[in-house]
Design a protein around this ligand. Sequence first.
Ligand code: FES
Length: 166
Amino acid sequence: MSPKTDRRQASGAAPPRPPADAARADAVRTIATQYVGDRGPLLPILHSVLEHHGYIADDDIPVIAEVLNLSRADVHGVVSFYPDFRRTPPPAVRVVLCRGEACQSVGAEDLYAAARSAAARADDVEVGEVFCLGNCALGPSGVVNGQLRGRLTTADVLAPLHRRQR
Ligand code: FES
């Protein structure tokens, strides 16, 4: 045991915080560094982190802030402002259904209700809503695991959810 450890234990001080995931921090730093010098680099960096890692972890914020020479509060403020910057690992299945008027007119509400009901009986799934995906002519529309889909049927939406049922 090192003398440093002995002193910490003797003083009753809290153990040091475990280091953040160093590999992830390096990857986020690499992403952020690519945008240094661009105008308005924060949003592209956040989108890129989201694309590569699926979410923006708490520990990503100080890394990005350091690279851009911003405060953590600045970065956190932007991350927390936009709901699409998810803060937790994504579920195994994520379905986002359009509930806009054009999609409602072709059955989106029934689809959404069925998906919510199936999701309540499944593990590691998420059903979200959006109010137009710009795919109105092909409604009902949605995004299933990141892929824009049109003319969705109940079977299309429920199949991935049923695979995760308890
Ligand atoms: S209303 Fe659903 S895609 Fe536009």
